[in-house]
Design a protein around this ligand. Structure first.
Ligand SMILES: [Zn+2]
Length: 377
């Protein structure tokens, strides 16, 4: 007997290379069965979702969800319920100095699962709003390897790596130095570094050789200046070498870090992102970011396939945070976090962060979210 059956939908689960009409049976918060034609009599509750797609709930690898205590934070539960995201990875909103509040007041109280890259800056991203900004590593004395390691060791379940914003606005001229500090902390924790690129210094050509297997480059498809294309439109060799080493190439859309022109050139050259994340925060939630499904819709219209887009927002980010096989999959025994979406056809307008508007004909819209086996209402 199943507690819930999701019936009649088109299941897309890249972790098992499945893309076909199937039913999902859920029992005790876990995926109990994935097969054709589960009979309604076998279920306490049935949700008919014919014509819709059924995927693992989305995993957003770059978000800012320390609502209220950091000016850039958004409310993860509110956003998750309406966007089909049940795992949020916070990308450095907090450092060692304020992580405890994030853990006790947000992570432990949220319905969604929240994990964090801890900022190497002790106060984290403490000053980031529309009218008021001050970089967290403008003064390098704000970085503390020792404190970051201590907090990372105390909360190993929540902290999945170390974040560093290596750009002029966040780290002044200390970008490369601060990557080395982030590396030291990450190495002691045995976890990866997530590096943000932005206005230089440092340049992306300086940053990429410092990244190792499992590290993450976020804002990878940003526009000029300091982007991953050469003047002739070809991908810089440093990025290809980084991919060969196993560096994770992440989107991190945000409000200033995604360019349609760059994304188009990348996809044309067959260079797809490993992970598609929103970099959702208070300044982008009313556009141009909106939510993760909007970023996925943009990638679809730019030429990625539906299966590729789902893989980059389920299985791949789950692997980056060490939860492969538990979330981001519909395999039997995994946590029953499931997203039901509709694929809408029509005319839709999208905006990037570099003043470009794009007309698209496909949009992925959340319909229903199941979290831990429960329909989330
Ligand atoms: Zn961010």
């Amino acid at each position: 007997m199943f507690d819930l059956v999701i019936k009649g939908g088109e299941v897309i689960d890249p972790s098992q290379n499945i893309h076909e009409k199937m039913d999902v049976g859920i029992a005790q918060g876990k995926i109990a069965s994935l097969r054709k034609n589960i009979r309604s009599e076998e279920a306490r509750e049935v949700r008919e979702v014919a014509g819709k797609i059924v995927v693992p709930s989305l995993v957003d690898l770059h978000t800012h969800v320390y609502w209220g205590d950091t000016s850039l934070g958004v409310d993860a539960d509110e956003l998750g319920m309406r966007s089909g995201v049940t795992t949020f990875v916070d990308a450095g909103s907090t450092g060692a100095g304020n992580f405890l509040g994030f853990q006790k007041h947000v992570i432990e109280l949220s319905t969604v699962r929240i994990l964090a890259f801890l900022n190497i800056s002790y106060p984290g991203i403490f000053c980031f709003s529309q009218n008021f900004r001050f970089g967290e590593l403008i003064n390098l004395e704000l970085a503390s390897v020792e404190e970051a390691v201590k907090i990372g060791q105390t909360y190993p379940q929540s902290i999945v790596g170390i974040k560093i914003r290596a750009s002029m606005d966040a780290s002044g001229t200390h970008g490369v130095t601060s990557i080395h500090l982030a590396r030291q902390a990450a190495e002691e924790l045995g976890k990866p570094v997530m590096v943000h690129i932005g206005s230089p210094p440092p340049t992306v050509e300086e940053i990429l050789p410092l990244l190792r297997k499992g590290d993450i480059l976020t804002h990878s498809f940003r526009g000029m200046p300091n982007y991953v294309l050469q003047s002739n439109g070809q991908i810089i060799p440093e990025l290809r070498e980084a991919r060969r080493r196993g560096v994770i190439i992440d989107i991190g859309h945000g409000v200033g870090s995604f360019s349609f022109k760059v994304a188009k050139r990348m996809i044309e050259q067959g260079f797809l992102p490993d992970t598609i994340s929103s970099d959702i925060h208070a300044l982008g939630i009313n556009g141009p970011t909106f939510d993760l499904p909007t970023t996925l819709s943009k990638m679809l219209n730019l030429g990625m396939s539906l299966d590729e887009v789902i893989r980059a927002s389920t299985q791949n980010p789950a692997k980056v945070i060490g939860l492969e096989g538990k979330i981001g999959t519909l395999q039997e025994g995994s946590i029953a976090d499931i997203g039901v979406f509709e694929i809408k056809r029509g005319t839709f307008m999208f905006n990037d962060c570099f003043g470009e508007e794009m007309e698209g004909n496909i949009k992925i819209n959340p319909i229903l979210t199941i979290i831990g086996g429960q329909v989330w209402t």
